[in-house]
Write a protein of this length. Structure first.
Length: 161
């Protein structure tokens, strides 16, 4: 009895590299739009490699798709390269303003005034906006800037003055 041993070619050992389908690219777009962190920035090395591993694409292909989706490669000020999206910043900012309005509405139930420096800064930090956004939101809700009996600047509802 003779044994016949067939040698396999490299094609049967390693599966052929397939081109990414449109469905994979579409899933990538959905993944990036649903992740709140990835809407505004993506770190070039680690996060791009993580996304590439998740979708079975090369990091270069992910970078090409990010460029196509409107992201720009830039320096973040700390020496790290990031992909930044202008559209994502706008969306996050609108979301932050909405959460700021909700936060102020909750605070109104338990306090009558807001101290201009300390509380405005704390609210701004919690909601990820600057102090001027908080002051604008208070004006929209009917607050006026005044001084209390201790000569401290506070925001009080116009009807309470």
């Amino acid at each position: 009895m003779t044994k016949c041993i067939l040698k396999t070619g490299l094609d049967s050992v390693n599966p052929p590299v397939t081109q990414p389908t449109d469905k994979t690219i579409h899933n990538l777009e959905i993944y990036l739009s649903n992740s709140s962190h990835f809407r505004s920035c993506i770190y070039d090395r680690r996060e791009v490699q993580s996304i590439a591993g998740r979708f079975g694409l090369s990091p270069e292909r992910i970078r090409c798709e990010l460029r196509r989706l409107g992201y720009q490669l830039t320096n973040n000020g700390h020496g790290r390269m990031i992909w930044k999206s202008k559209e994502g910043e706008r969306m996050n900012h609108n979301k932050r303003i909405a959460s700021l309005e909700d936060y102020i509405a909750k605070c109104e139930a338990r306090q009558l005034q807001f101290f201009d420096r300390s509380e405005i800064g704390r609210i701004a930090k919690i909601n990820g906006v600057d102090r001027d956004c908080v002051r604008t939101a208070l004006r929209r809700r009917g607050y006026k800037l005044s001084k209390n009996t201790h000569n401290i600047i506070v925001w009080i509802k116009a009807r309470d003055i």
